[in-house]
Design a protein around this ligand. Structure first.
Ligand SMILES: Cc1ncc(COP(=O)(O)O)c(C=O)c1O
Length: 433
């Protein structure tokens, strides 16, 4: 229809579809372009789903009391006392992030690079997404001085930013911003009267114990909304269970009401059986805690191996500390790559696909400088079929399992092949902390 703006599908979902089609046609691909934690379903989750099957009526828009109480308890165990009335459940955190954009005034400030959905959601809400570069050592938060500059620049051009998204730990860099930087950024947000949206969907996928985790809601409680969910930590993205925690106080109530209003027009309520699952999982019985621990260990081991591969190929790369991503920067190899016709992140991602069958997400799709030679590699699809995933979860040294080592070797050959470097030995299989 004339006048309709082009809205391409989300690039990670589009690439996932491409991989399915090309694999169905017989091609062998290493899929590093989709952030799904593919793990065997925890039996307790299946039991909770079955037990909730009778919950077939619509139910309250914000979610049933038992499920909201379980989520409130989850936050209380993380140093954030929370009432059930501060919680809204939804079919995934993605719609909650969209509803927040609809409820909030003003443009939105994002770290650059950032998860590929924030900017299109801002556009759907009629806002401008303003990307602010992340610090050298971590992603998920804007560099504080750059944030101040971006705010000043936005205002001189007549824009009024109203919110700031932080991702802790981060997709796409796989890092957790240190507490002092989180504090500094929150202080800027408070001084500038920005609402903070703290996307904490990877909080339970930290590779090391979470002693140093500092939520923006601990620093700026009156203005921070947290979103979370079970898609990543428990690998049930297809079940679509997300939750938001709103601040106590007047602003929190207004934001919650705005989100509930959008929810009432968009999704009505989280499916009843899924609310039963949420009540079970957010209560964190021992088997859930054990699964979170084993999964985080596996994600960390494999992400660190891909990190070592990237360094071995001559790239810069922040050491991963959370989630299941690495974000290599082949800038140091720019001359060698240019000689081979690779000059930006799009051509870099294309070359990896065409020459090596390795599928990654170019940084240009994540709000990064398109000229930069960076891409996101999601490492959580390397664990094999269901039986192999079980083995990987239980293994002391998962990267040495033949099915994982074989894929890592293929990635090492692909990365080295970009610049014609000699293919490395198997040093990337040596576990490091
Ligand atoms: C940073 C981040 N936030 C939110 C989501 C959305 O997850 P869901 O809608 O499954 O809760 C994702 C999924 O990829 C993500 O990476």
């Amino acid at each position: 229809m004339p006048g309709l703006p082009p809205r391409p599908p989300s690039p990670n979902l589009a690439l996932d579809q491409l991989v399915h089609e090309r694999r169905a046609a017989g091609e062998s691909l290493v899929h590093l372009a989709f952030g799904e934690a593919r793990l065997p379903l925890l039996p307790g989750l299946a039991d909770a789903l079955a037990a909730g099957a009778g919950q077939a009526s619509y139910g309250p828009v914000a979610g049933r009391a038992e499920a909201r109480e379980a989520v409130a308890g989850y936050f209380a165990r993380r140093a954030l006392p929370t009432g059930a009335d501060q919680i809204v459940l939804a079919p995934g955190s993605k719609p909650l992030l969209m509803a927040l954009q609809l409820a909030l005034p003003g443009d939105v400030l994002l770290p650059a690079p950032a998860w590929n959905t924030y900017a299109p959601q801002a556009a759907y809400a009629g806002k401008r997404a303003i990307g602010v570069p992340v610090p050298v050592g971590c992603g998920g938060i804007p560099e504080p001085a750059a944030l101040r500059t971006a705010l000043t620049r936005a205002r001189t051009t007549g824009r009024e930013p109203g919110s700031l998204v932080l991702t802790l730990p981060d997709n796409p860099t796989g890092t957790l911003a240190p507490a002092d930087l989180v504090r500094e950024v929150c202080e800027v947000a408070a001084a500038e009267d920005l609402v903070i949206i703290s996307d904490e969907i990877y909080r339970d996928v930290l590779h090391y114990p979470a002693a140093s985790y500092l939520s923006p809601a601990e620093i700026a409680p009156e203005r921070t909304v947290i979103t979370t969910g079970l898609s990543k930590s428990l690998g049930i993205g297809g079940w679509r269970i997300g939750a938001a925690r709103f601040p106590a106080g007047e602003l929190g109530r207004q934001l919650r009401d705005g989100v509930v209003s959008a929810a009432s027009e968009l999704w009505s309520t989280l499916a009843g059986p899924m609310q039963h699952v949420a009540a079970y999982a957010f209560a964190e019985p021992p088997e859930v805690v054990g699964r979170l621990r084993d999964a985080a260990r596996l994600h960390g081991a494999v992400a660190r191996a891909v990190h070592r591969i990237a360094l071995g190929a001559g790239a810069d790369c922040r050491p991963p500390t959370g989630a299941f991503y690495v974000y290599p920067d082949f800038g140091p190899m720019r001359a060698e790559l240019a000689a081979r016709g690779v000059t930006d992140s799009a051509s870099l991602a294309r070359r990896l696909l065409e020459e090596s069958g390795v599928v990654v997400l170019g940084g240009h799709l994540l709000g990064d400088d398109p000229e930069a030679l960076r891409f996101k590699a999601a490492t959580s699809l390397l664990y094999g079929d269901e039986e192999q995933q079980r083995e990987a979860l239980a293994a002391a040294d998962p990267v040495r399992l033949p099915h994982i080592a074989a894929q890592l070797t293929r990635i090492a050959v692909a990365f080295a092949g970009l610049t014609g470097r000699p293919v490395p030995g198997h040093a990337f299989l040596e576990a490091t902390r």
